[in-house]
Design a protein around this ligand. Structure first.
Ligand code: ZN
Length: 346
């Protein structure tokens, strides 16, 4: 990777004494000042970012003009549970593909500084960057209008679909973590079981299949998308019917199971095919048989979901607007709605 150009933004730009002193357990008293804090923050974060991007090097063909990173020194900008994030919205300038915009939380920065000052680095942080960089490479995540369409209105079916989009994007970003054994779920079989129990939990569908659609979807668990999502992506990537399947998927899953080493190019190659999975393809192949002959979601489960969440109104008025403004995306929106509504009506 050529030398990267970084543009760091500190929040706040002029931290007060209280903020600076909150680093006194890491930085020696004689060095504890704004300039030094900013200097080592830039150095340690850019070092870990570069290590994260190196893991994916063969995959990055996009020209990178600049990496913008906002560092939250106050601990108030990003919420406690977030370490870093990629901002497709803030990157939404003409150059967003070549000038990605990320944020770093105070806790991630602290972890980075502690390691840096010990002449070390944080492997956790490097993997966090790898995850965020995959989000940046993921063009489907940038289909703002598709996301917006399904996130809008008081229709449970739409909300369920937009929730599934998270399983796709977080699953893709967490593929590497899963393959190196950093996911609590370690097999396709348990991922499928977990998803069914997550659906039951969220939809409150007791085994008797009595339905309570009213309260469903209020308890969505974003974390489930990190654990289950990667297995959904692996399922789609190994589906014999998927023209963009990755033929080495089974082998990589076997290596995960037996804790074998990967060749350096293997996981980036897998992710490259994963990046071709758009929201429609994802939904479609979840219901198709994988290499072991089982779909991730059976037709019966989808029928139950569809029945619980109701059909998505065709929304022709809405779609007309998208057809005019974003013809390519309106095509996939229609395909997704038709596919989802089809269950139970076939
Ligand atoms: Zn993510």
């Amino acid at each position: 990777m050529d030398d990267l150009v970084f543009d760091f933004i500190f929040c706040p730009d002029e931290p007060d004494e209280k903020i600076i002193n909150s680093f006194s357990d890491i930085i020696n008293e004689k060095d504890l000042n704004v300039d030094y804090l900013k200097k080592i923050s830039r150095e340690s974060i850019s070092f870990e970012f570069e290590a994260g991007i190196d893991l994916l090097e063969t995959l990055i063909t996009r020209k990178i003009d600049k990496i913008k990173i906002r560092i939250d020194l106050s601990g108030k900008v990003l919420n406690e549970n977030t370490y870093a994030c990629y901002h497709p919205g803030l990157s939404n300038s003409k150059n967003f593909l070549n000038e990605p915009y990320f944020s770093v939380s105070k806790s991630m920065l602290r972890n980075s500084l502690i390691n840096y000052l010990n002449d070390s680095f944080s492997w956790d942080n490097i993997l966090i960057w790898e995850h965020e960089i995959v989000h940046w490479l993921d063009d489907s995540l940038k289909k703002y209008n598709e996301e917006f369409f399904f996130g809008k209105g008081d229709f449970q079916g739409k909300r369920f679909i937009s929730h599934l989009f998270d399983y796709r994007s977080e699953g893709l970003a967490d593929l590497l973590n899963t393959l190196i054994g950093r996911n609590n779920i370690t097999s396709m079989e348990s991922a499928r079981k977990e998803f069914v129990s997550e659906i039951r939990r969220v939809f409150k569908v007791p085994p008797s299949k009595k339905l309570f659609p009213g309260s469903a979807l209020r308890n969505l668990d974003k974390n489930a998308s990190y654990n289950i999502g990667p297995w959904m992506i692996l399922h789609v990537l190994s589906c014999p019917g998927n023209p963009d399947r990755f033929t080495g998927t089974e082998e990589l899953m076997l290596k995960q199971k037996t804790n074998d080493n990967y060749e350096p190019h293997e996981i980036p190659s897998l992710i490259r095919n994963g990046l071709k999975i758009d929201n429609y393809t994802f939904l479609k192949y979840l219901t198709k048989p994988g290499v072991d002959g089982h779909p991730f979601l059976t037709g019966d489960q989808m029928r139950l979901i569809r029945k619980t969440m109701n059909t998505i109104p065709n929304g022709r008025e809405d779609i007309k607007y998208y057809e005019k403004k974003h013809p390519e995306e309106s095509g996939s929106i229609i395909k997704i709605i038709e596919f989802y509504n089809w269950f139970g009506h076939e």
